[in-house]
Design a protein around this ligand. Structure first.
Ligand code: PLP
Length: 285
């Protein structure tokens, strides 16, 4: 696989980042994951905008323009012949001469930028979409700026392991009694024709897929309520699902051992997945 590091396209075995890189020492970096369908990028503009916002919140600069970023994404898809999959992008505050809590001077320490592709043939046709996911609930113990997409992913990774050890697929995180989001996705329940999902704040990542799916839901005459919900309310809902760039819309069929409805994916989640894939392919670049 060819990867991109600080201006160069290299074989992955030759790509190097300093041990003083602040992402390695302090998780001082931000990232984006953009999906690829039919060799094209889904929602590139949304990801590029969120990246700028994450960088801005952390007083970091992008080493490349959005146009250059698009070019790099496209070149990696081309050379690695990605048909379905993802592109991972990470920008860090760079590698100063020594470890220090104080941010290095951006004049002397350039950011580090890394991109690589992940080929996932069959991503759009995942069997999980037909089967549905089983989730557990866990306490949300992340920091309180979840709106910034940083590489501090230890707690979400631990949550995923808790789910795996329990024989389930993922964990929904709960704070002050209501669901924030999944370990790497936004969480939704469906009651009748109404889709309920937590509103945007610093409590959750502002999902690019979330924005698209809520728009498609309204266009498909479903109602959208942006408000917190509890695990108990979710267990009593007609359906549930998650969204993310790497899973699109994925039905949830069980929460903490309680099956939703008849325990199979619901029609609205299935419909939204269909619309999302169809519409995203149309606007992919
Ligand atoms: N919430 C969290 C915590 C995430 O890590 C992600 C994606 O990685 C999402 C939500 C979904 O965001 P998007 O739809 O932009 O992939």
């Amino acid at each position: 696989r060819t990867v991109y590091v600080n201006g160069e396209y290299l074989p992955e075995t030759e790509a190097k980042v300093s041990i003083f890189d602040r992402a390695f020492l302090m998780a001082d970096g931000v990232y984006e994951v953009t999906s690829v369908l039919g060799g094209k990028l889904i929602d590139f503009d949304g990801h590029a905008r969120r990246l700028q916002r994450s960088l801005g919140e952390l007083e970091m600069q992008s080493p490349v323009t959005t146009e250059e970023l698009l070019e790099i994404h496209r070149e990696l898809v081309r050379v690695n012949e990605v048909d379905e999959g993802m592109i991972y992008l990470q920008i860090t505050r760079g590698a100063p001469d020594d470890r220090d809590f104080v941010f290095p001077d951006p004049e002397t320490t350039a950011p580090t930028i890394v991109l690589f592709t992940q080929s996932k043939p069959g991503l759009a046709d995942s069997p999980k979409a037909k089967e549905g996911m089983k989730v557990i609930s866990i306490e949300d113990q992340r920091w309180s700026r979840r709106d910034i997409k940083t590489v501090q992913l230890l707690y979400p990774s631990m949550g995923k392991m808790m789910a795996k050890k329990a024989g389930k697929d993922d964990a929904w995180m709960v704070e002050d009694g209501s669901v924030t989001e999944g370990t790497s996705n936004n969480a939704y329940i469906v009651k009748g024709d109404t889709i309920v999902t937590r509103g945007l704040s610093n409590d959750i990542l502002h999902g690019i897929t979330r924005a698209a799916v809520l728009r498609f839901a309204e266009e498909a005459q479903m109602k959208v309520e942006e408000r917190p919900f509890t695990i108990e309310e979710a267990q009593g809902a007609d359906e549930a699902f998650i969204t993310s760039a790497s899973t699109f819309v994925m039905p949830v069929v069980e929460i903490d051992g309680v099956a939703l409805g008849d325990g199979t994916p619901g029609p609205r989640a299935a419909r939204l997945r269909e619309i999302y894939l169809e519409e995203s392919r149309k606007t992919a670049i």
